[in-house]
Design a protein around this ligand. Structure first.
Ligand code: 7PJ
Length: 283
């Protein structure tokens, strides 16, 4: 497949032969301070600048938690969390900004504010999402999820998880293309932890090359996720080493963007992968 490593997102053209690190920026009210909106904007911006200094290639900005059982956030609340952060970062950094949302209006306003990637855990299935994604020239991450964030971990069932995720991603990729999103603007994501048990997550990671066969770059998000906690038996703050192992495996198996909390450590780990996979091919 030609140019399967090229990802066009807004004004950026990323060459994903080198694995890229997407740093996670959560914009949620700080429960430890009563500083209000301005304080949470500044906290998020400061964190984002730190991630860029650590080597983040992309920043993923989200205003609504999609962890299992998280309470949904209203449209106005989500907009007032993320838009000021995107506006400020668009002025201050030169890496693509991604908006983690499934709401079409947030997609549109985020792109107007300077976002270069739309990262949709619903795979552009919400009414109006395909149109919102097609409207500009942002890149799009299409993710698989079974169920909804509220229900997805109750009892996820698959006959063949790899095949089912692959069929879903192919269908959504074709829907996006039909709506006017050029192939070069699309990356795909199996959606680790979104309606999957440990066996399903492990099978997907192991069989990433089958999903890569769809012909578009893969984004992988495993950072600190509970599947890692299940494997090593540690809580969310003790999952750095497991997360690094997951990022390395992802990149070795063809994942091209890893979405992580711990940017510096991941950048170092993936430099080693790149040195072996892309530079070390001469013999
Ligand atoms: C993912 C995401 C992921 C993409 C979240 C968490 C949950 N977007 N947003 N892929 N996960 N594309 O970080 O634990 O895996 S939020």
């Amino acid at each position: 497949m030609q140019n399967a490593h090229q990802f066009i997102c807004g004004k950026y053209q990323l060459d994903l032969r080198r694995p890229h690190v997407m740093g996670i920026v959560n914009v949620t009210p700080d429960s430890f301070s009563d500083g209000g909106r301005y304080a949470s904007t500044q906290l998020a911006v400061t964190h984002a600048l730190q991630l860029v200094a650590e080597g983040a290639d992309i920043l993923d900005i989200g205003g609504e938690s999609t962890r299992p059982n998280a309470t949904p956030v209203s449209l106005d609340e989500e907009l007032s969390r993320v838009i000021p952060v995107i506006e400020q970062l668009a002025r201050e950094v030169d890496v693509p900004l991604s908006i983690d949302t499934y709401k079409p209006q947030v997609m549109r306003e985020a792109v107007n504010a300077g976002a270069a990637i739309i990262n949709d855990i619903w795979g552009l299935q919400q009414p109006g999402a395909l149109e919102a994604a097609a409207a500009g020239n942002a890149g799009v991450c299409i993710m698989h999820m079974q169920g909804t964030p509220q229900t997805m971990q109750q009892e996820p069932v698959y006959q063949d998880v790899v095949q089912e995720v692959k069929v879903f991603l192919q269908e959504r990729m074709q829907a996006a293309e039909a709506a006017g999103v050029a192939m070069e603007r699309i990356v795909l994501d199996p959606g680790f932890g979104f309606g999957k048990r440990t066996v399903h997550n492990v099978a997907l990671l192991n069989h990433l090359p089958e999903i890569l066969a769809l012909g578009r770059p893969l984004l992988v998000g495993l950072s600190r996720k509970s599947v890692l906690g299940q494997i090593i038996g540690s809580d969310v703050h003790q999952r750095l080493h497991a997360s690094l192992a997951a990022s390395v495996i992802s990149a070795m198996k063809g994942g091209r963007i890893v979405r992580v909390h711990d940017v510096k450590a991941t950048v170092d780990a993936l430099k080693v992968v790149d040195a072996v996979v892309n530079v070390g091919i001469d013999r």
